[in-house]
Design a protein around this ligand. Sequence first.
Ligand SMILES: [Zn+2]
Ligand SMILES: [Zn+2]
Ligand SMILES: [Zn+2]
Length: 164
Amino acid sequence: MRDVSMAIRICVAPGVCSLTPEQNAGTVCVWCPAALLPGEGIDLGGSGPWLPHACPACYHAQTAALATYYDWIEHHQQCEPCRSVPCEQSLALRHAAMRAREEAGRPPPLCASCLEVIGPGEGCIPLVWDGNGRPVLSILHTGPCAYPRRGFSIHVPPPAGGEW
Ligand SMILES: [Zn+2]
Ligand SMILES: [Zn+2]
Ligand SMILES: [Zn+2]
């Protein structure tokens, strides 16, 4: 599996404001109530008052969700047929990414354009874009949402991480 530890820290680890004091201190997993003994949790690379740590099970699940998402987006950026209609491989990658996401306990994805939940049967594409210097991971419906008219603005999530 690809190394997504940097992306986990920047894009997925919950921000300082959404964590309890124990989670910010790294003594409780940021994704579940598991208490972590010193040296037991996986360091997500914070600093100052924000020292997020995860239990191995959550870290593994979040890593799988992110790695499969990146596999999907990488394919989408390189695949010529996918520019018009998603190819077989893209659909398989999407399936793997959605499944891993669900296993990581994430809510169903919202379209970054219309903010509606993306249903299992609806076409969608992955998109990473720049949100004020921070990569924002998102998924968009295909069709009008992905190919917007003038005046379109992408919903900018609050800088808490973990919205995708
Ligand atoms: Zn956990
Ligand atoms: Zn493709
Ligand atoms: Zn949409």
